[in-house]
Design a protein around this ligand. Structure first.
Ligand SMILES: *[C@@H]1O[C@H](CO)[C@@H](O)[C@H](O)[C@H]1NC(C)=O
Ligand SMILES: *[C@@H]1O[C@H](CO)[C@@H](O)[C@H](O)[C@H]1NC(C)=O
Length: 403
């Protein structure tokens, strides 16, 4: 699933460097070429639905596991659940009313910047949506948009929040340095994990009871519900660890950092298995391919993709710890990557306003969509025939993808 913490660097930058007057931590102005000449592989506007309604940048989006609902989270203190028509070609924005539910994270005045929706995640059966907010609260909503519960214990913005597969626990990581496991049945917090000395930037479940957390302190902890110490602490990064992800079988953990490296870790040893060192700037996010033993695509090789401020995406052979291919095509930092469910394509979104879809096998762009703002996140639906992208200019675009 492709829920991601928001553009945390913007927020951290704002938190730690601002004097408090800059309440709009959007992307910095950039000197980029705005050549909108149509490329041969440009996606035609007939294949694009533009979802309008948010009144500030859209940081995050996630398809429900059932596939027809798309949730988006924005700096306008709301999340929205959009019902997207099934099938290709049915998606012109002029065609009929779009069904959307607005999940308000405020009462009264609408410009409460402190309630930015920074992260969101659907539970495994798509019946509940959890949102994490800049106000430190996690909220649980029904698919109908009804607020079911407000989870209140964090003392700082939530940057990452994930359901376990079973759906009985929700895990949240916050600027307050902690991670909290919430018991969904009781609606109360089950356990707080206070093992970092800096903000928790990302969290990821390994299985139903154990998970990893990473922080600006450069450390990664593997924790288990019920245990009062981390079961593993990985040392090795020389900078903030921006994201972590368990491989599809929960045996390897990948991490990426401001130290320009990505690393692969195993529970069997304290030192990293592989140090992936080809990027020339900070690495913002990573994704495992949905391929290899134990996945629905068992006969394809397991890969790791890393997306960097150096404008490239790199694909890695995780067994050998070697670079397979560098995907060069963006002109600005890449904030998001997502593999298609069959593992054959990779979508990427960048501050250069472009979403590219790459053939993984060939390492080439097969489609491009150019919007009017930087892209914070891209996300495939379960069928692999639609890709959503969320933009800094307040819109979410849904592209029909056919090859
Ligand atoms: C912009 O498009 C024109 C027309 O196709 C092309 O000649 C030019 O090289 C492009 N410039 C950039 C910076 O891509
Ligand atoms: C987590 O729980 C679900 C539902 O009980 C189960 O199907 C799944 O196999 C469990 N996952 C792991 C890794 O134990």
């Amino acid at each position: 699933m492709c829920s991601m913490h928001l553009a945390q660097n913007f927020f951290l930058g704002w938190l730690f460097t601002s004097n408090g007057t800059d309440l709009n931590p959007g992307p910095e102005p950039m000197d980029i070429s705005t050549n909108t000449t149509t490329l041969p592989c440009d996606i035609s506007s007939h294949d694009v639905t533009i979802l309008e309604g948010h009144t500030s940048e859209v940081f995050t989006c996630a398809w429900s596991p059932s596939g027809l609902l798309l949730a988006s989270g924005s700096g306008d203190s709301s999340a929205r659940i959009w019902t997207i028509a099934d099938g290709p070609g049915s998606s012109s924005s002029q065609n009929g009313p779009l069904n959307v539910v607005v999940l308000k994270h405020f009462r009264g005045r609408t410009n409460e910047k402190s309630k930015d929706v920074t992260t969101l995640d659907w539970n495994g059966d798509g019946t509940l949506l959890a949102t994490g907010s800049y106000d430190g609260q996690a909220r649980i909503w029904g698919g109908d948009g009804e607020l079911r519960n407000t989870l209140n214990k964090h003392k700082g913005p939530i940057f990452s929040l994930k359901w376990n597969k079973k759906g009985d626990y929700l895990l949240s990581g916050s600027v307050d340095k902690t991670a909290i496991v919430w018991d969904i049945k009781t609606g109360e917090w089950k356990q707080a994990f206070e093992f970092h000395s800096g903000p928790t930037l990302d969290v990821d479940w390994r299985n139903n009871v154990s998970f990893a957390t990473c922080s600006t302190d450069g450390l990664i902890n593997v924790c288990k519900v019920g245990e009062n110490r981390p079961i593993k602490t990985y040392l090795g990064h020389q900078g903030e660890v921006n994201a972590i992800k368990w491989d599809p079988t929960g045996s390897l953990l990948a991490s990426c950092s401001d130290d320009y490296t990505a690393k692969i870790w195993s529970l069997k040893q304290d030192k990293y298995l592989h140090d992936l060192k080809e990027h020339t700037k900070e690495i913002y996010t990573i994704r495992w391919s949905p391929t290899g033993p134990g996945t629905i695509n068992p006969n394809q090789q397991l890969l790791l993709a890393s997306a960097s401020f150096d404008s490239t995406i790199k694909l890695w052979d995780v067994e050998l710890g070697r670079l397979i291919c560098s995907l060069n095509g963006h002109r600005d930092p890449v904030y998001s990557v997502a593999f298609s469910p069959n593992g054959e394509y990779l979508a990427s979104g960048s501050m250069d306003k472009c979403m590219h879809i790459w053939s993984v096998k060939e390492g080439k762009i097969v489609k491009t969509y150019t919007g009017n703002g930087g892209i914070f996140e891209v996300c495939w639906n379960k069928e692999g025939d639609k890709v959503a992208a969320c933009f800094a200019n307040n819109v979410v675009c849904v592209l029909d993808f056919r090859m």
